[in-house]
Design a protein around this ligand. Structure first.
Ligand SMILES: NC(=O)C1=CN([C@@H]2O[C@H](COP(=O)(O)OP(=O)(O)OC[C@H]3O[C@@H](n4cnc5c(N)ncnc54)[C@H](O)[C@@H]3O)[C@@H](O)[C@H]2O)C=CC1
Ligand SMILES: CC(C)CC(=O)C(=O)O
Ligand SMILES: [Mg+2]
Length: 354
């Protein structure tokens, strides 16, 4: 055993292994780490019968940080009682207490003209979706019969308080731009009414210097694409955060470009938090899996978030993020961004910038 940071690597399914390989190459170029690769998702079901084998979970529990590709085949199992690959990610999030999911969205100047949105609307966008990750609909009681099914959404005051503090701490760190937009559906849902009350309470008592706005999720969905620059920190619950963060992909140019960090974090500081999980926002993309054309940007930027938030190596994280920008500036583009560069070519170009 060495003193190098231990990173568990979970490539998963579909394009997961392709993009994770790129991120591991980048990490290996900027530091020395002990990698431990383990199966997760559909490939783990084939190998062991379980989507999250015990040995995989134990490796994550012992690691300084975990890098995940993606899980899922895109096809629901024929037997509704069969283990689902996606269960692995949900189990991992609860087992590692990863309640704070950060999904930063920044535009790259080189991509402004290729965005489906008008360049003048997206230029300079710099927002972070702070998504509550271990509560709400994805974890409530559920049941299904042939005639009826239900899922329940539960949030406790304590769950809302701790994710609110993460959002307010991030906003405070931005100085004069300090602004949190809390997104809910308080005109309909009781969980959202509690959410709004608790977020407001934390703001009034602990962060009076941070500007807070409440927005209904339908309006937020519309404003995110019509005027993304009005957002700074977007604080929201589990399912709204899942949906809205995929929507922000059009600002960044592609779903393949977005990274995420999931932290078991005390609110401050958000650097060097041991035991986090870092994964691109996208899924296993079965439609392009095996073509060698997936964008590795989301995975590589997730590795950068790991360096910053998980391992306390912010300077190295900056180097990786700047290298991504430089490669795009030189014109390398995978097909999702309108080019013909392969995953491997993009990665090679990036490695030569480090
Ligand atoms: N954290 C995870 O492991 C997640 C897993 N999934 C799973 O992934 C499977 C596929 O789900 P979809 O709805 O198709 O979502 P998806 O995110 O896998 O793909 C949506 C679209 O974006 C494209 N795309 C995604 N990542 C890309 C990349 N790196 N480069 C270029 N294009 C990219 C795909 O080709 C596809 O057209 C499902 O089984 C789903 O449950 C979905 C989201 C998250
Ligand atoms: C469990 C995942 C498949 C849900 C998801 O889409 C996500 O967390 O982004
Ligand atoms: Mg999602």
């Amino acid at each position: 055993m060495t003193d190098h940071p231990r990173i568990t690597v979970l490539p998963g399914d579909g394009i997961g292994p392709e993009v994770t390989e790129a991120a591991v190459e980048v990490l290996s170029a900027v530091g020395t780490f002990d990698f431990d690769e383990r199966p997760i998702g559909a490939c783990a079901v084939s190998e062991t019968g379980a989507p999250l084998p015990e040995a995989t979970l134990n490796s994550c529990l012992e690691a300084d940080a975990t890098l995940l590709g993606a899980v899922g085949t895109g096809v629901p199992p024929a037997d509704p009682h069969a283990p689902r690959p996606e269960q692995a990610v949900l189990e991992l999030r609860t087992s590692l207490s990863l309640y704070a999911n950060l999904r930063p969205v920044r535009t790259f100047p080189a991509l402004h003209s290729t965005s489906p949105l008008r360049p003048e609307r997206i230029e300079g966008t710099d927002l972070t979706v702070v998504r509550e990750l271990t509560g709400g609909l994805y974890f409530g009681q559920r049941e299904r019969t042939s005639q009826q099914a239900f899922d329940t959404c539960v949030y406790t005051r304590q769950e809302i308080e701790r994710i609110s503090r993460v959002a307010f701490e991030l906003a405070s760190g931005k100085g004069s731009r300090a602004r949190v937009t809390s997104v809910d559906k308080a005109n309909v849902l009781d969980t959202s009414r509690l959410w709004r009350e608790v977020v407001q309470d934390i703001a009034d008592r602990e962060y009076p210097e941070v500007e807070l706005e409440h927005l209904l999720v339908d309006t937020a969905a519309m404003r995110l694409v019509t005027d993304p620059r009005q957002f700074d920190i977007v604080l929201t619950e589990n399912m709204f955060g899942d949906i809205l963060s995929d929507e922000t992909a059009v600002i960044a140019g592609s779903l393949g470009s977005l990274p995420s960090a999931s932290l078991p974090a005390p609110p401050n500081p958000l650097v060097g938090v041991r035991g986090g999980l870092f994964e691109p926002v996208h899924g296993s993309a079965p439609d392009i899996s095996g073509t060698g054309s997936a964008s590795p940007i989301g995975s590589i930027l997730s590795a950068a978030l790991m360096l910053r938030h998980g391992l306390g190596l912010s300077t190295v994280a900056n180097v990786v993020e700047i290298a991504v920008r430089d490669v795009l500036d030189k014109g390398f583009r995978t097909p999702d961004l309108g080019g013909t560069t392969t995953t491997k070519e993009f990665t090679r170009a990036l490695l030569s910038e480090l």
